[in-house]
Design a protein around this ligand. Structure first.
Ligand SMILES: Nc1ncnc2c1ncn2[C@@H]1O[C@H](COP(=O)(O)OP(=O)(O)O)[C@@H](O)[C@H]1O
Ligand SMILES: [Mg+2]
Length: 309
């Protein structure tokens, strides 16, 4: 008879990577990542949290830990320090952490090769799930980390228009970055910079005289396939009620579908609760400090939806 944890290890040979982004700062990405990581780890899965907010990392504060290693150690000492060697334990069983950077300039802008090395080593870490907490904005670093799982990122938004707008722009930037890297063609790059939506971009390819009709048709098909391969999952944070959360997720999904040909899924929502701020100040994730609050149940429901029972 296998122990439960052994059964889980057998069923997940490779770590799943869940990248949490969304474009806007302060919407609740880090609180979501930390509480989700703690909740899933408590269920017996081996989880690693990566603080990939290169300019303003704060997972340690929210989790209430202080590590001796930092992501700087990996970027600075490439070749001598493996990623595994900077993974630190946390007070929570099954949960380990790769702490963020100090935010110093050279580390806030790792070279592309350093990012590629990080992403490669991340895939080889011994874990069931790796949750990557991104920073705000749509800088290349953030987009490259978001794209590392190809498509299955989480977009955290609040029910505010600014947050929905930013998440849309973030998704568009990620899709356009993926297209740019896929073709690496000056013609595609030129047209990409002149269009605001995939819809317009496809039209401009069809009209462009630099492509033969057959090539143009093929590119358009590929573009639609690239967009379809994105399946981001929307999480609405700080919602006042379920209806408001649903509307916000629907608006983002509608824009993504119509303008980017991307079909997002809805993962769930977390209510606004002023206790979250106390939990951050106490350094105790709310799923631990207040497991019976509705916000903790929101996280539990989403952990179930992700398949980590
Ligand atoms: N569900 C929530 N309800 C109320 N306040 C929240 C909630 N989630 C996050 N917050 C507050 O918002 C602040 C920013 O959250 P954080 O997770 O750090 O955002 P981000 O990582 O997106 O910048 C936190 O310090 C916390 O006090
Ligand atoms: Mg954050």
């Amino acid at each position: 008879m296998l122990h439960l944890s052994e059964q889980k290890h057998l069923s997940r040979p490779n770590a799943e990577i869940l990248v949490v982004g969304g474009g806007k700062g302060g919407v609740g990405k880090t609180c979501f990542s930390v509480n989700m990581a703690v909740e899933i780890a408590r269920r017996g899965w081996r989880v690693i949290l990566l603080d990939a907010d290169l300019s303003c990392s704060n997972i340690e504060t929210v989790l209430g830990v202080k590590s001796n290693t930092r992501l700087d150690d990996f970027f600075h000492q490439r070749g001598t320090k493996t990623l595994e060697s900077i993974v630190s334990d946390t007070p929570y069983e099954n949960l380990r952490l790769i702490p963020g950077t100090t935010g110093l300039l050279d580390v806030a802008n790792p070279r592309y090769q350093q990012k590629v090395a990080l992403i490669r080593e991340l895939r080889n870490l011994d874990a069931d799930l790796i949750i990557v907490d991104l920073d705000a904005g749509a800088h290349l670093n953030t987009l490259d980390f978001f794209l590392m799982t190809e498509t299955n990122g989480v977009l955290v938004i609040t029910p505010e228009r600014t947050s929905i707008d930013n998440a849309f722009k973030f998704l568009r930037a990620a899709l356009f970055r993926r297209i740019e890297r896929f073709y690496q063609s000056p013609e595609v790059g030129y047209l990409l910079k002149r269009n605001e939506t995939l819809h317009d971009f496809i039209e401009s390819i069809q009209k462009a005289d630099c492509f033969e009709k057959e090539t143009g048709d093929q590119v358009c098909q590929e573009l639609r396939a690239l967009a379809r391969s994105f399946r981001p999952r929307i999480v609405v944070s700080k919602a006042n009620n379920a209806y408001e959360a649903k509307i916000a997720a629907n608006i983002l999904a509608k824009y993504a579908r119509q303008l980017l040909h991307i079909e997002p899924d809805s993962l769930g929502y977390v209510y606004f609760d002023k206790y979250v701020s106390d939990a951050v100040n106490a350094g105790v994730p709310f799923v631990v400090g207040r497991p019976h609050l509705t916000i903790s149940h929101c996280i539990k429901d989403m952990a179930n939806r992700l398949g980590y029972f």
